[in-house]
Design a protein around this ligand. Sequence first.
Ligand SMILES: Cc1ncc(C[n+]2csc(CCOP(=O)(O)OP(=O)(O)O)c2C)c(N)n1
Length: 274
Amino acid sequence: MTAEELARKSLEYRKKILTYIYGAGAGHTGGSLSCVDILNVLYNYVMNVGPDNFHDPGRDRYIQSKGHTVEALYVVLADKGFFPESDLKTMSRYQSHYIGHPTRKINGVEQNTGALGHGLSLSVGTAIAAKMDKLDYRVFTLLGDGELPEGSNWEAALTAAHYKLDNLCAVIDKNTLQITASTAEVCNTDPVDEKFESFGWAVRHVDGHDFGALMEAFDSLPFTEGKPSLIIAHTIKGKGISFMENQLKWHHGVPAEQQFAEAIEELEQAMAVL
Ligand SMILES: Cc1ncc(C[n+]2csc(CCOP(=O)(O)OP(=O)(O)O)c2C)c(N)n1
């Protein structure tokens, strides 16, 4: 897929994220909108994974550590054909498997996540398994900048470098906001690039909404042979909907009827000029 095609798809994804969150009356809106371009590029340009090979041991793996923004993952998995999109109408409803965090009950989900701080460890184990099994799949994980203070991340970072996991790529969705305050105010992890580099990772910064830049970064993996790679994706929480961008209340804010209509209108206008 080209950068232009990906850009169009992301606008569709944003509409769907808002539609299903609005329908469910629940969801993590801001962080889903900040990470959806990254998921789009991963699933439609980078990774060798789809419903046809999901049980193939050689498939690429994606583990979403910031599990609370599962709505972005759901719309991408539905678009890839892992399950019918109509399933998402049940999101967050009684007895639906489409709950507010990823579980392996959903086709296409590799690991249960949601308690922050576990995705990188799971990914390290999966990447070690590839090396042991002499398989050439790659492992991708998405971390929130707000989850980085969890100590398990740093243990995993150390281990990834120790085992020279150049088949592992972590992406930080660095939208700079947490739930109640900025990430820097809650627990500052900057300079996060220098920290990971000092742990033995190869690190790059990228605009997390620039499709060409994301594609180029993923094309360059591994950044250094014998080292795990980290992409620090600079993103905007609530990206694409002007009244949601960079606003804490949209962490898990659900649009009211009028706000929903305005948001969809903004996305349709963006589509018209693309
Ligand atoms: C172990 C754990 N502690 C606390 C939470 C509650 N929690 C849910 S989202 C969130 C903020 C996460 O911030 P970030 O990772 O930056 O997510 P984003 O801003 O991208 O949505 C927290 C603390 C959790 N899910 N897991």
